[in-house]
Design a protein around this ligand. Sequence first.
Ligand SMILES: *Cc1c(COP(=O)(O)O)cnc(C)c1O
Length: 381
Amino acid sequence: MNQGFETLAVHAGQEADPHTGAVVPPIYAVSTYKQDGVGGLRAGGYEYSRSANPTRTALEEALAAVEGGTRGLAFASGLAAEDTLLRAVCRPGDHVLIPDDAYGGTYRLFARVLGPWGVSFDPVPLGDLDAVRAAVRSGSTRVIWVETPTNPLLNVADIAGLAQIAHDEGALLVVDNTFASPYLQQPLALGADVVVHSTTKYVGGHSDVVGGALVTGSADLGERLAYHQNAMGPVAGPFDAWLTLRGLKTLGVRMERHCDNAERVVDLLVSHPRVTQVFYPGLPEHPGHEVAAKQMRRFGGMVSFRVAGGEEAAVEVCARARLFTLGESLGGVESLIEHPGRMTHASAAGSPLEVPADLVRLSVGIETVDDILADLTEALS
Ligand SMILES: *Cc1c(COP(=O)(O)O)cnc(C)c1O
């Protein structure tokens, strides 16, 4: 029987502990495992916790289930997951397409780490399939790297359309699904080869752990990624895996509330005299609205907007907010506000990924919506 998302989030990979009946997987704070005779591994085949650890295995199975994949792998951070994936599938000389408003850390990984290692990349507007087709280098483009919605401008890309282009060229389609979360969007079902997460964000959901994940539906690719995970070593530790698993159980209910509250925030912003533009895929005038409506369950909890009066005015709004915590990151239960130009995207200044100076980004939390709206009203006054 195909179980629903919330059932999988609560139960997949999380059978009661066979020895004690503990209903959640314990934190296996252990590095090595007793063997019954040389090579005589016990149930699960555990031998050393870089290769596998039962708490991490529980998280990895749950992640695979909620993304509709067959193999999930948990990492020490989102960027560790990205690096492992890219070094598993790319060779010096390969070429990659990335969003022209990619997450800053992803851009830096390509520009400063993989570039010198011999992997070239081009930023392209992924919402424009013709531009993507034109930017593909037949024979050398190995990966099309997708974020949708993007950070911080909430641009939307057509995952199924991009999968078609990638596969026609023998490239892999990788989707960073951090902003949507597996509850709102299932890229593997739309043709993606690998899903990437910063589980630090919505999956963990409580701003208390840094982590990353890869999920694929391909057994071969899953084996290759697992091999690299072990060979490179950037694994999630057992306590981090446990926290992330705990967060994942409530992802569905949290996302519904994030979306409810974000929709109310958008209603407030679009009619506010000090706001000149609102970025939210749920708005009918958003250029990616139709694609988002097709591939997302709802439109998410991230909202960005531009403030009349330029950079100083935007910085002022961030400084005046009280319930909204001024801080980087996103996807936690608490509302966060930030100025991308000076904070998360400061490193993109002067690059093709520079963001407008009057932009403010919100990660709308799950607090009482009236309190959220009152705080924003005050911050904008
Ligand atoms: C935060 C983030 C990452 C990086 O993840 P870390 O857990 O911080 O290493 C990657 N992609 C997106 C979209 C993010 O928001």
